[in-house]
Design a protein around this ligand. Structure first.
Ligand SMILES: [Zn+2]
Length: 150
């Protein structure tokens, strides 16, 4: 049973490292001349683990490596893959959090921008003059120069 679970995990990890963001690679290299982002670094390391696993598999199939060594090395690589997977999930999560925060900030900025210019709200009728005016566009009341409420 444990063996089956181990196999399933190994298969999952192999599938994980076997798809090292191949589809995103083009986009990433297009926008970033140098891969310096944590995600790109993780992707690169994943690719390395994947290459190592592939080599290991090849050497084992070719009979160049003992079954014992093969298992040990494979476990090492898969362990590394698991660490990288956890790290990339963390990074993805952080990225999502960043995106969320950015949206939040953008929304607040937009809100602030759309706020009526308090300085030009008519004290007489409450009309929100959209542009700086000396007299209310609605009722003509003089809008005094008040200190800005900041
Ligand atoms: Zn007015």
């Amino acid at each position: 049973m444990f063996f089956v679970i181990g196999l399933l995990i190994a298969a999952g990890l192999a599938a994980f490292v076997a798809t090292p963001l191949l589809s995103r690679k083009g986009a990433a290299s297009a926008s970033l001349p140098v891969d310096v982002t944590p995600m790109a670094d993780l992707a690169r390391r994943r690719l390395v683990v994947y290459e190592n696993l592939k080599d290991l598999e090849f050497e084992y199939q070719a009979g160049k490596i003992a079954a014992q060594d093969y298992q040990t090395l494979k476990q090492n690589y898969l362990g590394e893959a698991a660490t990288l997977m956890a790290a990339s999930q963390e990074a993805e999560h952080l990225k999502e959090t960043d995106a969320l925060l950015e949206r939040e900030i953008a929304a607040r900025r937009a809100l602030r921008k759309n706020l009526p210019p308090q300085d030009y709200v008519c004290p007489g009728c409450g009309f929100e003059n959209p542009v700086p005016v000396k007299f209310c566009g609605e009722c003509g009341t003089r809008i005094t120069d008040r200190p800005r409420l900041t």
